[in-house]
Design a protein. Sequence first.
Length: 120
Amino acid sequence: MSKTFLFLFSALFSHSLFAAPMIEAVIDDPLPVLDEQGKALRDVARSSLPKQAIEVLQWNKELDLVQVDLAGEKVWLDTMSVRVNPPLNIVTMPCQKLSTNLADDHQNNSTLGYGAGCAK
């Protein structure tokens, strides 16, 4: 009984582990629509796009493009023009190994930002 319950319970919440990336927001207006080689086909106004999140069908890691279905047509978008959640490409930085040099900071009169993932 408990094994069956655990299996059903895990199956209930496992969909979030395998959820497809979704485009939550469009940054550029107009949004450039690209072909599979990354060449611009046309521009689409942000107001003509769906208000709900758009599912990412494919990701071309080499060109950093995502394929989506817009009005029944599969097109490619630049990942710099849209906000994808969960992020497709996460760069891991060993924050504890990043050097900080007071002398360089003092002469430069600036600070180095490590990002939200680092607690420095």
